[in-house]
Design a protein around this ligand. Structure first.
Ligand code: SF4
Ligand code: SF4
Length: 277
């Protein structure tokens, strides 16, 4: 199977995004984050993305339904049913043609904390799907910590396949959709972002973990273990990027005043700005 056949197969199986990170890009990474620690013969990392429907955010945006819109169709079923099935079937198609393929979720919890590892190479390995998605040419991590693509902004989830198949790598895409935008930072009612000494934004994940503005908890197996995509920060990013990304809609995402909750859970409404309309 060559690169173009692999990509066609992935699209046929339902992939919205696919990129290849070839071995030379990550071969020298630290053992704790290196694909070779999991698959010593790995030649290519295939990063597969499925978009999250804009409609899956609607219940949280309106403050009316969290579970059967975002939590199911945006998060758990999207990642652990639809995307996992796609990753499995694509890996199976690779193995049918004689190469080995390791299917992995976008989030890869650390392995056993031993000192032996694989031939003494490493233990406690955790691959970072966002860093690998960048190495596969799919986009870049934005100021607010979200992985952004030119197709969907932050609205996608990733899964990985490690394989000994040699595939042509995609060019790195240094996407700068943020520029002078600070929408995610301004939208956080709990001031979880702060500027550090390097003048980059640091996120206080402890504050986020207790946030009730649409943050979704998440699990380690997810590419977004602290899932903020539908929280006040993430939805502000959708609004900020809707004219800049490729997938367009007939109407704006934001329809009315935005609800938000403070650290005590007290809700207030923030009127829409001219920019939102
Ligand atoms: S998850 Fe909540 S606390 Fe964290 S940055 Fe987003 S809005 Fe702020
Ligand atoms: S809201 Fe703006 S600054 Fe924040 S991640 Fe999105 S594009 Fe970047």
């Amino acid at each position: 199977m060559n690169t173009s056949e692999l990509k066609s197969k992935a699209r046929e199986l339902g992939a919205d995004l696919i990129g290849i990170a070839p071995r030379y890009r990550w071969v020298d990474w630290p053992a704790q984050s290196n694909p070779l620690s999991i698959m010593p013969a790995c030649q290519s990392v295939i990063v597969v993305g499925r978009k999250i429907l804009r409609g899956a955010f609607r219940g949280i945006e309106e403050g009316t339904n969290f579970s059967s819109t975002y939590h199911h169709y945006g998060y758990s079923w999207n990642e652990f049913t639809f995307l996992s099935r796609l990753i499995y079937n694509l890996a199976a198609a690779i193995e049918t043609e004689g190469s080995e393929a390791v299917p992995m979720s976008g989030g890869t919890p650390k392995g056993e904390n031993t000192t032996s590892g694989n031939g003494g190479i490493a233990s406690n390995v955790r691959l970072d799907s966002k860093v690998l998605a960048h190495a596969a040419g799919l986009g870049s991590i934005g100021k607010g910590g979200f992985f952004l693509t030119k197709q969907y902004g932050h609205r996608q989830r990733f899964g990985l396949i490690l394989t000994d198949l040699e595939l042509k790598g995609d060019e790195i895409l240094n996407l700068d959709l943020c520029k002078d935008c600070n929408a995610c930072i301004k939208a956080c009612p709990l001031q979880a972002y702060s500027l550090n000494q390097e003048q980059t934004w640091h996120l206080n994940s402890k504050i986020c973990a207790s946030c009730t503005n649409g943050q979704c908890g998440g699990v380690e197996l997810s590419g977004e273990p602290l899932d903020r995509l539908a929280s006040a920060c993430g939805r502000a990013c959708m609004v900020a990027l809707e004219d800049k990304i490729e997938e367009k809609f007939h109407s704006k995402f934001r329809k009315r005043a935005v609800w938000q909750r403070d650290s005590m859970g007290k809700a207030t409404l923030i009127p829409m700005t001219e920019e939102d309309k």
